[in-house]
Structure formats: C-alpha cells, structure tokens
Design a protein around this ligand. Structure first.
Ligand code: ADX
Length: 206
C-alpha cells in the first residue's frame, strides 16, 4: 500500500467550513463502520438493513459494498494479495472522506488481512475520525453451507482460486469494537447492536 503521494509539489488547501460545522448542519457525527468477515457471513445483508434503519431514523448513511465497488472504483483489481490491499486502501480513503463529510459509512468487505484493517484504522485515527471494526463472524462451515452466490462450490471444484477461507487466508479480528454471530443472531439483533454502538459513541441522539 502506498502512503506517500507519487506527485510532488502539492499544497493542501484548507476550507472555510469546519468538520464540526458540517456535523452541526447534519445533526450527526460521521464515522466508519467496517464490517469484515467471510463471503456469505452476512456483511451485505446487515449493511442493507442498517442503512434502512438509519434512514428511517432520519440519519445520513452510505453503504460501500465489496462486489459493488469492484464494479466501479476498483474494477481494475482482482484477488491477489496486492490487489486486495489496493482495494482496501481505496475504500479506506473514500471512507475517510465520507466520514469527514459527516456520513455514517457502512462498509462490507471481506478485508481478510489484519494489516490492511489496521492501516484503515490508523488512517481514520490520524484524521481524528471514528473507526469501528465489526467482525461478522460465522464458522466457515456455515458460510459455505449458505453459499448465497455459489462461489464456495466453485472454489471447492477449483473453478475459482484464491477464494477466502478455501485457498486464501482470513485473519480474524483480535479486538473488534463489535462481534456479530450471524448464525445465532437475527439481522434485527445485529442492527440493534450497531445502532447501540453508534449512539454510545454520540454519532446521534434520537
Ligand atoms: S477483499 O478481499 O478485497 O476485501 P471484497 O469484499 O472486495 O474482497 O470482494 C469479495 C467479493 O468478491 C465476494 O463477496 C465474492 O462475491 C467475490 N469474489 C470473487 N472472487 C473471490 C475470491 N477469490 N475471494 C473472495 N471473494 C471473491
């Protein structure tokens, strides 16, 4: 991952509207919820339900989803370790901008490497922005049994290689802000826990 710009002779231009002024207008504080977990663990399902709940509460949120982002911003990336890192780097930078703008960013990316997730956390922390790692946790056997896109079957058959959990690693979070066991919790319960996390951290009150 690249931390330093390739370009030289750059000058940062400061605006005249502060982050706090933006947050005041919106009536909320921005931040990034980063859901990590195996394919089929329930990240996108929870993200969609959380977005709906926040919208109903009059809150401003935006979802960034692995498959969707790979159809646009990251359409030139595959699943090598290098490409996965670049994928997360770009999403991390976009999340930081959206959180700075005042949005509650709801991310669902496998993001299998702990080092990448730490990098995004540090990117947020350096900018004074909240970042919450949320582990969407199911045993591999459960994700594989769900197989909503039929990808585990293809990976087992050797039709897809470097598939996370099968022939590519997933490094589970060690100390996530929240762990959601989607095999024993309902989607509603997971959303309740995420809303509680946001309220506890003063992103909004009502
Ligand atoms: S990440 O590893 O770079 O974070 P990301 O979340 O963007 O992955 O994309 C994962 C999605 O891509 C999966 O939900 C799945 O639909 C699809 N996919 C296609 N090939 C693979 C693969 N080899 N490993 C994991 N996911 C894959």
């Amino acid at each position: 991952m690249k931390d330093q710009p390739k370009a030289t002779h750059l000058t940062w231009h400061e605006g005249q509207v502060s982050r706090d002024q933006r947050y005041d207008n919106l009536g909320q504080r921005g931040g990034t919820l980063w859901m990590t977990g195996l394919s089929g663990s329930g990240k996108s399902t929870i993200a969609v339900a959380l977005e709906q709940r926040l919208h109903a509460l009059g809150r401003h949120a935006y979802r960034l989803d692995g498959d969707n982002i790979r159809m646009g911003l990251c359409s030139n990336l595959g699943f090598s370790a290098e490409d996965r890192s670049e994928n997360i780097r770009r999403i991390g930078e976009v999340s930081k901008l959206f959180a700075d703008a005042g949005l509650i960013v709801i991310n669902s990316f496998i993001s299998p490497y702990a080092r990448q997730r730490t990098w995004v956390r540090e990117l947020h922390e350096a900018a004074g922005l909240p970042f919450y790692e949320v582990f969407i946790h199911v045993p591999l056997a459960v994700a594989e049994a769900r197989d909503p896109k039929g990808l585990y079957r293809k990976a087992r058959a050797g039709e897809i290689t470097h598939f996370t959990g099968i022939d590519d690693p997933f490094e589970a979070p060690v100390d996530p802000a929240l762990e959601l066991r989607t095999d024993v919790m309902s989607v509603e319960q997971s959303v309740d826990a995420l809303i509680a996390l946001l309220k506890k951290n003063n992103h909004f009150t009502a």
